[in-house]
Design a protein around this ligand. Sequence first.
Ligand code: BTN
Length: 253
Amino acid sequence: QLGLKTKRFGWSVYDQESVPSTQQLAHQLAHEGAEEGTVVIAEEQTAGRGRLNRSWHSPKGTGIWMSIILRPSIPLQQAPQLTLLVAVAVAQTIQEITNIVPDIKWPNDILINGKKVAGILTELQADPDQVRAVIVGIGMNVNQKQFPNDIAPIATSLAIETGRTFHRPKIVQTLLQKLEQLYEQYLQHGFLPIKLLWEGYSVTIGQQIVARTLNGAIRGVALGITDSGTLKVQTEDGAVHYIYSADIEIKKQ
Ligand code: BTN
């Protein structure tokens, strides 16, 4: 039905009309042993979740709300690499479909003209030191013509940016293809090639930023990302911090 051209992703597709959250359903399936590449996708989410306990606006039939189960054999501390890999796949997909080159704000925001068009939520099922499953949730705003007032200033869609409407199954097909390509490259050659692609889309590196983490805010210059996918930030006193997860504000120069 989706016309997939992938080898391992999407053999098992749970195509749902309405679910609380594809992420939740994918977690459950992964617990039950669902294989790598299992895709859960829904027309509507009634309780879509974003990072940091935020909700994710997922109205019926307008966007792509999906979660994918990956089972890489990597140590826990390499898991952030996968968020960056997925961000590259989403950025490449948007670029191919619209000809617009989107920006990536570390770690997972995909922006067009400074507004968020897609987000990624990476969650783990793990043993103490090894990943058992990575549940990757992708939300992409596609055909929305407008957003609720509270998010209108920060959100956009492919339709708003291009004045066109899009056939969502085609986007899903492209996205899964890119994702599979990058994932295979990652398993064979490691993170470095992915990191280079990511840097090409990045609007974070070299900028003055504020990183808000659970332990407080860090202000400084984003120097780059490390080989494990963490963000390297230098504060004014010269100290270098490695940030695993945060919300980033880019300061206007
Ligand atoms: C973020 O930017 O905060 C991440 C947003 C992730 C949203 C997607 S939509 C499909 C999947 N199911 C969810 O409940 N969340 C993710």
